[in-house]
Design a binder for this molecule. Structure first.
Ligand SMILES: Cc1ncc(COP(=O)(O)O)c(C=O)c1O
Length: 425
């Protein structure tokens, strides 16, 4: 698989290099040079998740990784299902929260850990990643205990749910976590600065496990196929998918699935009040506001990292950006959406509720809608219980971590301090 840097197309790497490096020169994102058209999509859709995903990833990655190795990577990563639940006659929920950390990031995080272990070489490796909530847990759990890989995770202090924090800041061992006294964008900026620091990068073998790493995105492509595979055949011709979006990795993966030939009519980017993209799609002006804290905190991102990849896909496929649906919901609208879903008999959480409501508002007659449920409702226990006036039992994985001691360090958003910290070990 050949990839190029979107900012500097002359920088070209193979899959192994892209996985190891994460980001290209000048913080440019790597993008596959060729996205093959898959043949026999109907046959693919008849296969079980793991087998189908092995074929999709093999078509994407090519012969750079031996097929037995790739098959084992997929089998080790995708150890849990992604069921499609019927919410109403025309609307289905793709539940991506049945993995070990109860969020969609388990797909990408676990596949990336497998990919890195396969292509790592001999040097030291430090995974440095910023999280607005769920990436941290998925990455921490995917890499926990892997020999000679250190993981450092930055998150905005006080701006992720207490349960999210407990899930990944209690592991210890090769996982270190830092609460940054600022917002997610500042955490992301620190990660970017670290990658720009060549000396630091080489000294500690820096690697990012954010959705900027191509291996994570490729893994996420697979669950869009799994969604369509579970739809009754008569509902597969006019599919609309609504994606709760923050950093826009999930949407990028969906657009790649469509490029490969998955029959999806159109996508909707659903956001909270951090609405840079919906405003851009309406006005043509890219003008991020300051990030605001919302109920759907994992989407509190006003400068989405993956947006250049989304534009690249539209450009290369000759699609008009105007075909991308979008809308932004306020917290009050998110609460109303969660209540409406619950009244419909489906229990969700704020991120999925936004995707549901925007889909419901924009779905046309004859279309079938799928929205992505990116986290288990119990990961947002406090808000879900308050809004719906119910009690939510904690799933076992969360309950265990909830009782453990927090091990995080605290730090201002100061790159030199972070640099020192990273160089200590
Ligand atoms: C629960 C949840 N939903 C949605 C998103 C947004 O996904 P993306 O950043 O790929 O747009 C995130 C990202 O962290 C998340 O944790």
């Amino acid at each position: 698989m050949n990839l190029y840097n979107i900012k500097h197309p002359e920088e070209q790497v193979n899959f192994a290099q892209a996985v190891r490096q994460g980001l290209g020169k000048n913080q440019g994102l790597f993008f596959p040079e060729v996205l093959p058209q898959l043949e026999n999509i109907d046959e693919l859709l008849n296969l079980p998740l793991v087998e189908r995903s092995q074929k999709i990833l093999s078509a994407l990655i090519g012969d750079e990784i031996a097929s037995e190795t790739l098959n084992a990577m997929v089998k080790n990563a995708f150890t849990f299902p992604a069921p499609l639940a019927k919410v109403s006659e025309d609307i289905f929920a793709l539940e991506l929260f049945h993995g070990p950390t109860l969020a969609f990031k388990d797909f990408g995080g676990r596949f990336m850990a497998q990919a890195l272990a396969a292509v790592r070489g001999d040097g030291k490796i430090t995974i440095l990643t910023a999280t607005s909530g769920d990436t941290g847990a998925a990455v921490a759990h995917a890499f926990y205990g892997l020999a000679n890989i250190n993981v450092v995770i930055l998150y905005p202090k006080g701006k992720i749910s207490p349960l999210q924090e407990k899930l990944f800041c209690t592991l210890g061992g090769n996982i270190r976590t830092i609460a940054i006294e600022s917002d997610f964008d500042a955490c992301q900026a620190l990660v970017k600065q670290a990658f720009d620091d060549v000396e630091l990068r080489e000294a500690i073998g820096l690697n990012s496990a954010n959705s900027i790493n191509i291996s994570r995105l490729l893994a996420q492509v697979c669950y869009y196929f799994e969604a369509v595979a579970q739809l009754p055949k008569e509902k597969r011709s006019e599919i609309v998918v609504s994606v709760p979006s923050g950093n826009f990795g999930n949407l990028t993966a969906g657009l790649i699935a469509k490029t490969l030939g998955l029959p999806i009519k159109r996508f909707i980017a659903s956001t909270n009040a951090n609405d840079t993209v919906p405003r851009y799609l309406k006005s043509g002006e890219w003008s991020p506001n300051a990030t605001v804290a919302t109920l759907s905190n994992a989407m509190d991102v006003s400068r989405p990292n993956n947006w250049p990849r989304v534009e690249e896909l539209f450009k290369r496929n000759g699609w008009a950006l105007g075909e991308l649906g979008s809308d932004a919901l306020s917290d009050a609208e998110t609460e109303a959406a969660l209540k409406a879903q619950h009244a419909q008999g489906y229990l969700c959480e704020p991120h999925g509720a936004i995707a549901y409501q925007v889909l419901k508002d924009q779905l046309q007659a004859g279309e079938t809608g799928i929205f992505l449920c990116t986290a288990h409702p119990a990961k947002f226990k406090e808000s879900v219980e308050r809004i719906l006036d119910i009690e939510l039992p904690l799933p076992e994985a969360l309950d265990k971590h909830n009782k453990m001691e927090l091990l995080s360090d605290t730090m201002p958003a100061d790159f030199m301090k972070l640099r020192e910290y990273l160089l200590v070990e």
